[in-house]
Write a protein that binds this ligand. Structure first.
Ligand code: CU
Length: 643
C-alpha cells in the first residue's frame, strides 16, 4: 500500500469511527475494523518498515503445502523443506513422505521423492554442500490406552560358540520362570558366541546378542516384568536350549514411544535427489548432527529402534567412505536434539538447549565437550537452568567472538513453565560463565533465532505454553544486538510458531518462518490442533534503507588463510563482510548457522577479503558472502565454497 493511499484510508477510518457513535448497535465492530485499518496503515508505512521491518505471506500452491518439520538452505539458493510423514499418523501408515524444494528467486516449488520417513531425523551440511540426513521415524508412538498387551525390548543371547547362527522366526515364544509368555515381533538371527584363546591357553566365550521387540501372549498387566528376568526360548532344539535365551527387565503396558530409524541419506542440491548412504549404527529419532573440524559429522543422542533414550552412544559419519562408525571413546549422554556448536579449537559447546526427551538430571548442564579426551567442563551462571528444553541457542555474530546466547525455553516434558530469560556467555573469558542478557518480551518456548548479515539476531515466534497450549502463541519478533546487548521489538508476525517450527535466513537477506504443530486449536484445549502450513516472510529494517550494495563478481571457491577479490560498484561504501553458513534447522535447533567476520580492504572496483584460518571457526562448506555498507545495509549474498 502506498503512503498516499494509506493516508486516505486513515481519513475514511476516522469518519467511520465518528459515525458509529450514532449507530451504537454496530459500534464495536466498526471500531475494531477501524483499529485494524489503522494497524494496517501503520505497519505498511515506509517509516515503520524502515524501523521495524515487515512481514508478508508466501504464496504457496495448495499441492505444495506440507508439514514443514525440517528446513535447510542449499547452496543453490533453494530451501529444502522436509515433512516426511509430518507428524501425521495417517501419512505414516500410508507411507506418504514429503519433501518440497522452494526457490525464493523464482517462487517455484518442486516435489522431491522421499524414500523413508525422515520426520524427526538430524541433519548437517557436508563440505561438498550436500545435506547429510540421518535417522527418522520407524514407528509412531502407541498411547497407553491403546497398549493391550505388555511389550518391550528383549535381548536374545547366544552362548554357543559353534555355528550355525540361531534363527528365531517371528512369533517365537519365550517364557519366564514365573510363566510370563512373550512372542517376538520379528525374525532375528543371533550369531554364534565369540571364542577367544589367550596366550596361556585360557578360553573366553562372549555371548553374542540381538535385540527384538516382544509382546505378551496374554492381555493386560499379568505379564508385566519390571526386573531383570531370563526367558527360555520355547522353540529351539535341546542342544541350544541352555545356550540361547532372552533377558529383559522392562516389559510393560505403558505408553510406547516413537521408534527411531537407522536410514541415512545425503541430499544433493544439484541433482535435487536423496542418495542413500550406509545406515546409522544405531537407529535415532531426534538426534543432533554436528559437523567437526575434519568434515566428518558427529551424531548425538536420540531415541533408539525401540523408543528408548540412547545411553550416550555417539557415532561419526565419514564423507569419504559414506559410512557411520560407533565411537565408544566419545560416550556421553545428552537429552534429544542437544544444541552443540563446533568451537575454534574443535571442542563442542553445549548451550543447554535441547528438545524433546531425556533424563531430567543427566546431560542438562551446559559446558564444553572436549572430543580429544571426552571430558566435559561445565560452565556456570545459567539462570533458569531447569528451563532449557525447547529453548533457542545461537553462536552470536561474529563467530570469532565466541559468544553464545540461550533464550527462552520451558520446563521438562509437558511442563506449562516457560521463561523470558536470555543469557549470554563469552567463551573467550578465562572462566566463562553465563551472564544475564535482556529479557524477551514474554516467556516463550520454541523461539526461533536467526543471524542476520548486520551482526544481529532475529528472535521470533514461540509459545508460552507447551505446544501452544491455551492459545499461547507469542506473536512477537525481536531484534537482538549482541554488540549493544540490547533487544528491540520489531513488526509482529501474524502466524504463530511453536513446536515443529523453523526459521532461516535467505540469500537475499529476508527470513522465512515455517511449520508449527499446536496440540490444540482453541484456548480451552479441547479441539485438536492443525499443523500450520503457511510460510511467512520477514524483511528486516535493513531492506528498507534504500540502495543496497552489490557483489558483482568473485571466485566461487576460496581457501582458508588466503585473500580473495570480489567486485562491487559500491566499494567505497562497504564496511564489513561476512560469511554466513546456511541454516539446517528442526525443532528450533540449528547448529549450522554461524557468521564469520572477514577482514577487508577496499579498492576502486571491489574489495579484497581475508578468509580466516581454522576449520573449527570456519568449517569447510558453502557459505553466503554478504557485504554491508556504512548503514548496515547488506548486499544480496554470493555463494562461496570454503575449503
Ligand atoms: Cu518432533
Amino acid at each position: 500500500m502506498s503512503p498516499r493511499r494509506g493516508r486516505r484510508l486513515l481519513k475514511a477510518v476516522v469518519g467511520t469511527a465518528v459515525s458509529c457513535g450514532l449507530l451504537t448497535l454496530n459500534g464495536p465492530v466498526l471500531v475494531s475494523a477501524g483499529r485494524n485499518a489503522l494497524h494496517e496503515y501503520k505497519i505498511n508505512s515506509p517509516g515503520y518498515k524502515a524501523d521495524h521491518g515487515h512481514w508478508s505471506m508466501l504464496d504457496v500452491p495448495d499441492d505444495m503445502r506440507v508439514n514443514a518439520i525440517h528446513a535447510a538452505l542449499l547452496h543453490t539458493g533453494k530451501v529444502l523443506i522436509i515433512a516426511g510423514s509430518g507428524n501425521n499418523r495417517k501419512s505414516f501408515d500410508a507411507g506418504t513422505f514429503k519433501t518440497i524444494l522452494w526457490d525464493p528467486k523464482t517462487d517455484e516449488f518442486r516435489r522431491v521423492p522421499t524414500p523413508t520417513d525422515m520426520f524427526c531425523a538430524g541433519h548437517a551440511f557436508l563440505p561438498d554442500g550436500k545435506l547429510l540426513i540421518a535417522g527418522g521415524t520407524k514407528r509412531y508412538e502407541v498411547l497407553e490406552k491403546d497398549v493391550k498387551y505388555a511389550a518391550g525390548a528383549m535381548t536374545i543371547k547366544n552362548e554357543d560358540p559353534d555355528p550355525p547362527p540361531i534363527r528365531l522366526e517371528k512369533g517365537s515364544e519365550l517364557a519366564s520362570p514365573l510363566g510370563h509368555r512373550y512372542r517376538t515381533a520379528k525374525t532375528v538371527t543371533v550369531r554364534p558366541a565369540r571364542k577367544t584363546v589367550a596366550a596361556d591357553g585360557a578360553t573366553t566365550v562372549t555371548a553374542s546378542e540381538v535385540q527384538v521387540w516382544v509382546e505378551a501372549v496374554a492381555k493386560g498387566d499379568s505379564s508385566v516384568v519390571k526386573k531383570p528376568t531370563q526367558f527360555r526360548v520355547a522353540d529351539v532344539s535341546r542342544r541350544h536350549s541352555d545356550n540361547v535365551y532372552g533377558v529383559s527387565d522392562y516389559l510393560t503396558t505403558e505408553k510406547q514411544e516413537y521408534w527411531g530409524d537407522d536410514t541415512s541419506y545425503v541430499f544433493d542440491p544439484v541433482t535435487e535427489r536423496y542418495e542413500r548412504v550406509a545406515n546409522l549404527r544405531m537407529a535415532r529419532w531426534y538426534p543432533t548432527l554436528v559437523g567437526l573440524e575434519d568434515g566428518k559429522v558427529l551424531s548425538v543422542s536420540g531415541l533408539d529402534e525401540f523408543g528408548r533414550m540412547i545411553d550416550g552412544h555417539n557415532e561419526i559419519y565419514d564423507p569419504e567412505t559414506r559410512r557411520w562408525s560407533l565411537h565408544p571413546e566419545l560416550r556421553r549422554t545428552f537429552p534429544t536434539y542437544p544444541s552443540l556448536f563446533l568451537m575454534p579449537g574443535g571442542e563442542l559447546f553445549y548451550t543447554g538447549s535441547n528438545a524433546g526427551y531425556g533424563s531430567d538430571t543427566v546431560g542438562r548442564d551446559p559446558g564444553i565437550w572436549d572430543l580429544s579426551d571426552n571430558s566435559f567442563d561445565k560452565v556456570p551462571g545459567l539462570r533458569e537452568p531447569r528451563e532449557t528444553e525447547t529453548s533457542g541457542s545461537v553462536l552470536l555474530p561474529p563467530a570469532q567472538d565466541q559468544r553464545y546466547m540461550i533464550a527462552g525455553g520451558g520446563g521438562i516434558g509437558e511442563s506449562p513453565k516457560s521463561t523470558a530469560r536470555s543469557d549470554v556467555i563469552d567463551l573467550g573469558e578465562p572462566d566463562p560463565r553465563f551472564r544475564p542478557g535482556p529479557d524477551l518480551e514474554e516467556p516463550v518456548r520454541y523461539p526461533n533465532m536467526v543471524i542476520t548479515p548486520d551482526d544481529k539476531v532475529v528472535i521470533t515466534g514461540g509459545s508460552s505454553g507447551y505446544r501452544g497450549a491455551g492459545d499461547s502463541n507469542v506473536l512477537v519478533c525481536q531484534l537482538y544486538d549482541p554488540k549493544a546487548g540490547s533487544i528491540s521489538r520489531m513488526a509482529d508476525p501474524t502466524v504463530g510458531r511453536n513446536y515443529h517450527s523453523e526459521a532461516l535466513l535467505l540469500p537475499d537477506g529476508r527470513l522465512i518462518t515455517l511449520g508449527s504443530d499446536s496440540l490444540y486449536a482453541d484456548a480451552d484445549n479441547t479441539i485438536p490442533g492443525k499443523f500450520e502450513r503457511q510460510i511467512e516472510i520477514y524483511s528486516p529494517p535493513y531492506l528498507y534503507q534504500g540502495e543496497r550494495p552489490r557483489i558483482t563478481s568473485g571466485p566461487q571457491s576460496v581457501r582458508r588463510g588466503t585473500t580473495a577479490p570480489f567486485g562491487t560498484p559500491d566499494a567505497a561504501a562497504i564496511r564489513t563482510a561476512r560469511l554466513i553458513r546456511p541454516s539446517a534447522v528442526t525443532h528450533v535447533t540449528d547448529v549450522e548457522q554461524r557468521s564469520i567476520a572477514l577482514d577487508l580492504t577496499r579498492h576502486r572496483s571491489g574489495v579484497e577479503v581475508t578468509i580466516p584460518t581454522g576449520a573449527g571457526l570456519l568449517p569447510a562448506g558453502w557459505y553466503m558472502l554478504f557485504v554491508n555498507d556504512e548503514d548496515g545495509t547488506p548486499s544480496e549474498a554470493r555463494w562461496v565454497r570454503v575449503d
